[in-house]
Design a protein around this ligand. Structure first.
Ligand SMILES: Nc1ncnc2c1ncn2[C@@H]1O[C@H](COP(=O)(O)OP(=O)(O)OP(=O)(O)O)[C@@H](O)[C@H]1O
Length: 305
């Protein structure tokens, strides 16, 4: 007899709002409404960007998303001259009169921050500490004086006033992460910083079962495996919920049984978790040690169906 398993495609973009997430979102919304910018900080994969976007959505205003990076500069934020437009008019209506009128002007394109500030959007500035601190200085005037200085724009007005509906949600990884700059105290002082940590196994289980096609029991087996390995890491750089989602998604797509004894499943877990675990443990042979730890954790995993 053939058993057909119907796979229901879940909405992988939606955020699962358990009680803690709902509470955090409603508190943060209150702070934003009172005019204070929110800053979610925490380890990679803890759910900061998802939270920031869910919070921005609650404000029911257009959302502008900027990703921090070390090359981001004032031209990207405020705007830039993109070239020239020229206009030429030749008037030869009366044959004996030849009139030529020519003008050349620079073309200005508003940057993303200027657009958001002018129109009262909700700005989500993801991983803002990956931009150089002097690039982020512009936020000091926005948050304190409620103006955006128009450096380099050649406009008559030296600044634009911040629209009353404009608000910002920042996200960042802690300072010990690679590629992250230290934030100036003056900026941090103006933000409400909330630490977003990894969720416990039960919360991660409900997200994995909600977002992928695995059963709740299978989701629990996967998140327990991942959090067991994460707990053996010396810092926050261990595998996150992202790894659990990857394992769940790939195992269902490839029809691999979620079973610690199954060779295919073992291979999948080692591929997904091996590198991250090897980076977060202290050992002379981290790659081999990581495989050993994953195999051991898989052995204690219960078979699921
Ligand atoms: N509450 C949630 N509901 C649904 N999915 C979630 C939730 N929290 C996190 N996720 C999922 O977990 C993964 C990691 O989340 P996210 O990208 O928000 O983390 P992050 O903390 O911003 O990570 P990074 O610091 O690496 O950017 C994503 O696939 C996201 O969809």
């Amino acid at each position: 007899m053939t058993v057909l398993k119907e796979k229901i495609k879940k909405n992988t973009n939606s955020i699962v709002q358990d009680k803690e997430t709902k509470d955090l979102l409603s508190r943060s919304l209150q702070y934003l409404k009172a005019g204070y910018p929110i800053h979610f900080t925490g380890p990679s994969g803890a759910g900061k960007t998802s939270l920031a976007l869910a919070l921005a959505k609650k404000r029911k205003k257009p959302i502008m998303l900027i990703h921090g990076n070390h090359e981001l500069n004032n031209s990207d934020l405020i705007g830039d001259f993109t070239g020239y437009t020229s206009k030429k008019m030749v008037d030869n209506y009366i044959r004996s009169v030849y009139k030529k009128d020519e003008s050349v002007s620079e073309t200005w394109r508003d940057g993303r921050l200027l657009e958001a500030v002018k129109n009262g959007y909700t700005l989500v500035y993801d991983e803002f500490t990956r931009s150089q601190p002097n690039t982020n200085n512009i936020f000091l005037s926005i948050l304190e004086e409620r103006i955006l200085p128009l450096y380099g724009s050649k406009k008559t007005e030296p600044f634009v006033k911040v629209h009353p509906d404009f608000s910002v949600i920042f996200t960042s990884n802690p300072e010990e992460y690679a590629g992250v700059y230290q934030t100036q105290d003056a900026l941090l002082d103006r933000l409400i910083t909330i630490f977003v940590d990894y969720k416990d196994v039960d919360r991660e289980t409900s997200i994995v079962s909600e977002k992928t096609d695995v059963t709740e029991k299978q989701a629990k087996a996967i998140t327990t495996l991942v959090s067991t390995l994460r707990n053996q890491c010396k810092d926050d750089s261990g595998p996150s919920l992202r790894a659990s989602l990857m394992i769940a998604k790939l195992a269902t797509e490839q029809d691999t049984p979620i079973d610690g004894e199954n060779e295919e499943f073992k291979r999948l877990c080692i591929d997904i978790l091996g590198h991250q675990v090897s980076r977060c443990i202290e050992d002379d042979q981290p790659v081999e040690k990581a495989k050993e730890l994953i195999t051991k954790a898989l052995k204690s995993m219960k078979a699921t169906d």
